[in-house]
Design a binder for this molecule. Structure first.
Ligand code: ATP
Ligand code: MG
Length: 578
């Protein structure tokens, strides 16, 4: 029972009365676990976490929070060949960054290796497990198919004492890697292939990040996972749908070990999160990293938590996204736009507004005194007055966005054009008087303009209206930066599935334009002090974040986190670049 007074309990999100919470409610009503709610997030430390894991983290930690229960972080570290300390550390960092706390409950399946081994001896003692000497290939071949039963191993009926002796000798290191396995003795004709005498232990002389060289036999994931939940007193083992047909096996193990309800974990499966235009399996993500298709696990195009962090995504946005998509029993694909919606919602509230010109065109204001530098006060966030203001230098020479000028403006283009007057954000009205071109290339190199000294603050005494408002940066004080613009990592919605169907490599669907580097961008000088990882709204352009790896005082680098759907001035709606 949740002992906390009602006002201290987290409020359930609207729409969170899903089937998982209904099961927990029912268990709480019937007292199955005495009102206890204990979940866990159980990653295998064989890669970095991705947005799919975030869904599981938000669900498991969120449920524990809502019910006044607990959530463990447990590494299911049964496969030392693929596991690394780097992953163990990054996973903890990512869970913390997402805003969750396992307190003192950080566990490893490898903490239970001794206990799991004792369980295995118990099964052997009951005649429920045997040491098999078939090769891995033979075991695979005799497993049968979904429509045909498997066949019994010739070693299946060894006496208990012989099995026990062999298992102990396996552990003692008397046999070569791969020469023997321990298998559960269930039913080679079971319709569920998982029940056809699954492997519990393999011989493998590999050092383990946690247990070093103390074991040369390692439990399989299936043998370790359910028992680890049971050992930890997990009440609700929440996992993804592909484990649905492992549940009978986990139940068989617990039955065989006389773990009776109440108290034994109840497994509940939900549909994994799939996002379009990306891949999410750790095997593929690792391949993209190893083969250099991306700059690392934290490449801002990756669907990893660290990639999203580097890109400028916020933990709040990811949490809100995960909660809003809810849980279901059927697999589906979620549109990235959903995540971006939550991202904009969150960034809109917190990101300071600044001005940055990505494709600069120089403007000389002819009637503004040379050498004069005026300081203009500018609000940092109209959504948050407590964010305060900053000073912007205004001078005779400024940059505007090349795209904000048309010599021959189409209809509804309300920005700058010859003879036309526009407003400079936080600054003056300017009118374009002359276009200067490079005589050889014909490219526009400069605009000569005039300004109205009476238009400071965005209006004039005569109440004259202008339709366009442009962002700008003073030339002399501009901070030059590299800006990285990202697009989808793959050019098709389902790279993995399409590749399989068409029998091609999924990497052939990598989007060649997923990264566009723009050099020579001009940023307002206040960004000189921006700390790595900070996200800003570049007015009219989107949200951008200081790259935490490559940015330096000498060469600032900004990542585009997400574009703006709407520009900041409503009057500009019709005036958006297309
Ligand atoms: P992948 O298949 O992406 O390589 P995995 O499932 O092998 O990942 P684990 O480390 O075993 O990765 O996952 C830890 C937990 O996260 C598991 O409980 C798993 O069910 C859950 N999880 C993994 N991927 C997703 C996803 N796309 N959506 C929701 N939960 C997920
Ligand atoms: Mg897994």
């Amino acid at each position: 029972m949740d002992a906390r007074p009602a006002e201290n309990r987290p409020v359930r999100e609207p729409g969170s009365n899903d089937f998982i919470r209904s099961i927990i409610d029912a268990d709480n009503r019937s007292g199955t676990y005495g009102g206890r709610v204990h979940t866990r997030f159980p990653p295998e430390p064989n890669g970095y976490l991705h947005i799919g894991h975030a869904k599981s983290i938000v669900l498991n930690f969120g449920i524990a929070e809502e019910y006044g229960g607990r959530c463990n972080l447990r590494f299911d570290d049964t496969n030392p060949e693929k596991e690394e300390l780097e992953y163990i550390e990054s996973i903890q960092q990512d869970v913390r960054w997402l805003g969750f706390d396992w307190q003192d409950r950080l566990y490893y399946a490898s903490n239970y290796f001794e206990q799991l081994y004792e369980f295995a001896e118990r099964l052997v003692g009951k005649g429920l497990a045997y040491v098999d000497e078939l090769s891995a290939d033979q075991i695979r071949e005799t497993r049968g198919t979904p429509t045909e039963p498997g066949t019994n191993s010739p070693y299946r009926d060894r006496p208990v004492a012989e099995n026990l002796d062999l298992l102990r000798r396996m552990r003692a290191g008397e046999f070569a890697d791969g020469s023997r396995v321990l298998r559960a003795r269930i039913d080679m004709a079971a319709p569920n292939i998982n029940l056809r005498d699954p492997i519990l232990y393999r011989i493998r002389r590999v050092s383990h990040p946690n247990t070093g060289d103390s074991w040369c036999i390692y439990p399989t994931y299936d043998w370790a996972h359910g028992q680890s939940d049971w050992i930890e007193g997990i009440t609700h083992s929440i996992c993804t749908l592909e484990f649905e047909n492992h549940r009978p096996l986990y139940d068989w193990f617990l039955d065989a070990l006389d773990a009776r309800t109440p108290g034994r974990p109840r497994q509940i499966e939900f549909a994994r999160l799939n996002l379009g235009y990306t891949v999410m399996s750790k095997r593929r993500l690792l391949e993209l990293v190893r083969e250099g298709h991306v700059a690392g696990w934290d490449d801002p195009r990756m669907p990893t938590i660290c990639g999203m962090r580097r890109r400028g995504y916020t933990p709040g946005a990811i949490r809100n996204f995960c909660r809003s998509i809810g849980v279901s029993k059927t697999n589906s694909q979620i549109d990235l736009a959903m995540l971006e919606f939550h991202l904009r919602e969150d960034l809109n509230k917190r990101a300071p507004r600044v001005m940055a010109v990505l494709d600069p065109l120089k403007v000389v204001i002819e009637n503004y005194p040379a050498g004069k530098a005026e300081q203009i006060e500018a609000e940092n966030n109209p959504e948050d007055p407590s964010a305060g203001t900053r000073m912007l230098p205004f001078t005779r020479e400024i940059y505007i966005e090349r795209d904000d000028f048309r010599e021959d403006p189409p209809k509804k283009f309300f920005r700058l054009a010859p003879g036309r007057e526009v407003r400079l954000k936080h600054g003056y009205y300017i009118t374009c008087r002359q276009v200067v071109r490079d005589p050889s290339s014909g490219e526009i190199t400069e605009l000569r303009c005039s300004y109205d000294p009476q238009s400071a603050g965005g209006s004039t005494p005569d109440g004259r209206k202008v339709k366009g408002t442009l962002h700008w940066v003073s030339v002399a004080q501009a901070l030059e930066a590299e800006v990285r613009l990202y697009d989808r990592l793959f050019s098709v919605a389902n790279p993995a599935e399409d590749a399989q169907r068409r029998n091609v490599d999924y990497k052939s669907f990598l989007n060649p334009d997923s990264l566009r580097v723009v050099e020579g961008c001009k940023l307002e000088p206040s960004l000189r002090e921006a700390a790595p990882g900070t996200t800003f709204q570049f007015l009219r352009q989107g949200y951008f974040c200081v790259d935490s790896t490559d940015s330096s005082a000498e060469k600032p680098v900004f990542n585009r986190t997400v574009s703006l759907r709407d520009s900041w001035a409503k009057i500009e709606r019709a005036d958006k670049p297309t």
